[in-house]
Design a binder for this molecule. Sequence first.
Ligand code: CS2
Length: 495
Amino acid sequence: MRRLAQASLLELARSVRRPCYDRAELRVGMAHIGVGAFHRCHQAEFTDDMLEARFGPWGVVGINLYPPVLAELLAPQDHLYSRTLRQGERAETRIVGSILHTVDVLDAATTDEATRVLASPSLHVVTMTVTEKGYGLVPASGALDMDNPQLRADLRGPSPPRTLLGLLALAMERRRTANVPPLTMVSCDNVPSNGTLLRSALIAFAAARSAPLARWIEESVAFPCSMVDRIVPAATREDIDRIAVDIGVIDEAAVVGEPFRQWVIEDRFAGDRPLWELAGAQLARDAKPYETIKMRVLNAAQSTLSHLGAIVGHEFSFEAAHDPVLLGLTRRMLQTETVSTLPTVEGMGVEAYIKSSLERIANSAIRHRCHQIGTDGSQKIVQRIVNPLRERLVAGQSAPLLTLAVAGWMAYVLSGAQRFGHRWDPSDPWAETVIAMGEECREDFSALARAVLGVRTIFGSDLATAPFVAAVGAHLRGLLDGDAAAYLAGLAGDK
Ligand code: CS2
C-alpha cells in the first residue's frame, strides 16, 4: 500500500474529505511548536477549517524539540495526515493540509533553520503544545525551575536549545536585531493562565541573558491565554493499520480523537491573526474561567479516574468511567466539592458540563490509556485537583473526595515501589523521589503522606496539616495495603 502524500490523494477512498483549497498557493503565516497528536487533531484542524472557510496566508510550520521526528513522520507525506473522529460505532476521517513544512531542532543547523522561521517578517503567530512540563516551571508557583538541568544548560548557552524557552529566546533575539514587527505567542497547554505564565517565564529567561531582549519581548510580543479541549490519545499501530484499510493509503501520522472540540482564545494579538472564529473558535476577553472549569472538571475527572483506575486494574480511562464505583466517586467529587470552586461562564452550565465531561471520558471508541493520562501527574494535579482542594479548605469547607484524588495520584506513583509490588514504572519527574519515600516509610502511612505532601513544588507549604496528613495516610493504606477495589467500594457506599 502507498503512503499518504499529495500524489496519492487521488487514491483515497471517496468518502474521505480532503483539503478543498490549493495547498500549492498556501504561504507560511504561523508556526507551531510541539507537533504531537493533540496539535494535529486540534489547532491544525481548526486552521484547516479556517482555510476552507476563507483562504489566506496561514500555513503552519511545525517545529519539534523532541520526538516524534517530523522528518520521518510528516515530511514523507508532504505533511499531509488524516484525523479520524470516533464516537461509539461512528468514525469520520478527513485529510488535514494546513501543515506546510517542519523542522526538528537537533543541532546548530536545524536551530538556525527554526529561528529563521520564527524570526521571519511573514510569521505573525506561534502556537505551542509542549505539555505542562515543557515550560520548565515549578507547578505550585509558576517560577522558573532552576533544578531543571536542560533549562540551566539553555540559560548558559550557546549549544542548540533543548527547551521551549531557550528556542524562543534565541528566535526573539534574532527578531529583535532584525527589527521585525511584533508577534503573538499562543500557549495551548493545560496550565493555568498559560499565556501569562509563558510571558513571565520567557521574560525571566531572557532577562538572565540580556536586558534589552527581555524589554523587547515585553513590548513586542503578545501572549493571549487560551483554553484548548479535545480528547486525543496517542495513536497506536492498530489505529494506523485500521485507518490504512479504511482510506486505502498508509498514514504514519494518523490521529484519532473524539468529535467534541473547543478552543477559547483571548483576543489580544500583536498583529495579524488567523480568523479561527470562522472555524468555531471562541475569541474571548478572558479565557481564565473557561480554563478553570475545563481543568477542574474534565481534566480532574480524567486524572482521578485514571490514577484510581490503573490501581484497580483498568487499562483505559473509558473503562474506569464505566466502573460504577470510580464513576460514582468522581461524579460526587465534582458535584459536591469541585463545584463550589468553579467560576460562572455564560453558556457553560456547570451541571451539564460535568455530565458531558463524564460522558466524553466514557466514549469507548477513544482508547486513552490510564498510564498516558497518569504521565507527569505531578505537573497536572496542581491545577486539576490541589488548587480546588486548597480553595475549599481555606474557605472552611471539607473536601474528602478531592483528598482521595490527591491520594490516588500518590498511590499511582507509589505503585512503582518494590514495597508496593512494583506494578509499573510511572513516568513523572517526581516518581523517583516519591518512590524512594515509599521504600523508606515502613508501615507508617501517615509518615508517608507527610513526606509526599512535603514536596513543595507540588503542594506548596500549607497543606501538610495534621488532619489532612491523617486523611491522605488513611487513603494510602486503603489503596496500597490490601484490596484497593474493596476499599473504594466502601468509600463509594458511604455517603
Ligand atoms: C489528558 C489531556 O493526558 C492528559 O493529561 O487529561 O490530554 C486531555 O485529554 C485534554 O486536555 C482534553 O482536552
